[in-house]
Design a protein around this ligand. Structure first.
Ligand code: CP
Length: 316
């Protein structure tokens, strides 16, 4: 593959190759010399039009561990504030010899546009409410590392699905890898087309095979292997259709009593950043069942694998 724009870009073989490569990359972190020379002489640009902690730092760490030169670009403080377009910014980066552009943008589809304008590889690091494919890859990596497989797992993705690029990319990738996904949340926060396709509680048959929808978190918990809590994205919402924070936490928050309803082997995930006390209590977030910190660590290995395969593999 040349670009990574969507969880749907990856067939099972390519996704598994990325996860296997990430597992090899993870061994680098434990070595005395933590750097590989694989991308020496290559330039990776991190182009961030939206705030980020985990993704931006993780891509920077990944590129540096592969010995690439890294340029960090934040829209704040750049000529974007003077009105420069994404295309002109992209052409400027192109002129500086970017081999890969890692882009986060508030507009859904921005990475796809960028891919038409630059010669290098484009990696979608989160576009609006659309997709976040490397998050889905690191989530899949974490599930496989903790539970030993992906095929046949039952994953509940819970909360503000409507605004979640993490949910969309996970649905696409997990169905490719043979996991069953149940989307859980209030009806106002589940995309209408997904709920209609699933028929609420029945199995969807077209765009997301193996995906269904349920509005009752307590009914789903005893049967899942993974519960992935989503951040409630108040900044993308109109308050008129959001339940009160207390009501939301009561119906869809993961707390201690709900944690104890999960099967013993089940894990709790969250992509971060968290609203502690709303979608997840501190007791759950900090419990041994939580993989939240592991997800961040695994993100570096997974992004190393993505950059390595895009820039250092046989396709360049
Ligand atoms: N999970 C995630 O994308 O976090 P950041 O917004 O901090 O990058």
């Amino acid at each position: 593959i040349r670009h990574l724009l969507s969880g749907g870009d990856l067939d099972a073989g390519t996704a598994t190759e990325i996860l296997d490569t990430a597992a090899e990359m993870a061994t680098v972190a434990g070595r005395e010399v933590k750097k590989l020379p694989a991308l020496r002489g290559r330039t990776v640009v991190n182009l961030f039009y939206e705030d980020s902690t985990r993704t931006r730092i993780s891509f920077e760490a990944a590129a540096k561990r592969l010995s690439a030169d890294v340029i960090n670009f934040s829209a704040k403080g750049s000529s974007v504030t003077k009105g420069e377009s994404l295309k002109d910014t992209a052409l400027t980066l192109q002129a500086m010899g970017a081999d890969a552009v890692v882009v986060r943008h508030p507009a859904s589809g921005a990475p796809h546009r960028l891919a038409n304008w630059v010669d290098g590889s484009v990696v979608n690091a989160g576009d609006g409410t659309h997709e976040h494919p490397t998050q889905a890859l690191l989530d899949a990596y974490t599930m496989r590392a903790r539970l030993g497989r992906l095929a046949g797992l039952h994953v509940a993705i819970v909360g503000d699905v409507l605004h979640s690029r993490v949910a969309r990319s996970n649905v696409l990738l997990l169905s490719t890898l043979g996991a069953k996904v149940t989307l859980v949340g209030p009806p106002t926060l589940i995309p209408v087309d997904w709920a209609a396709r699933a028929g609420v509680g029945s199995v969807a048959t077209d765009a997301a095979p193996g995906t269904d929808v349920c509005y009752d978190l307590d009914a789903v918990l005893p049967g899942v292997d993974v519960v992935m809590m989503l951040r409630v994205q108040r900044e993308r919402m109109n308050d008129s259709y959001f339940p009160s924070a207390r009501e939301y936490a009561r119906r869809y928050g993961l707390d201690g009593p709900r944690l104890r309803r999960l099967p013993e082997h089940a894990i709790v995930m969250h992509p971060g950043p968290m609203n502690r006390g709303m979608e997840i209590t501190p007791e759950v977030a900090d419990s041994p069942r939580s993989t939240i910190v592991e997800q961040v660590a695994n993100g570096v290995s997974v992004r190393m694998a993505v950059l390595y395969l895009l820039l250092g593999g046989n396709n360049r």
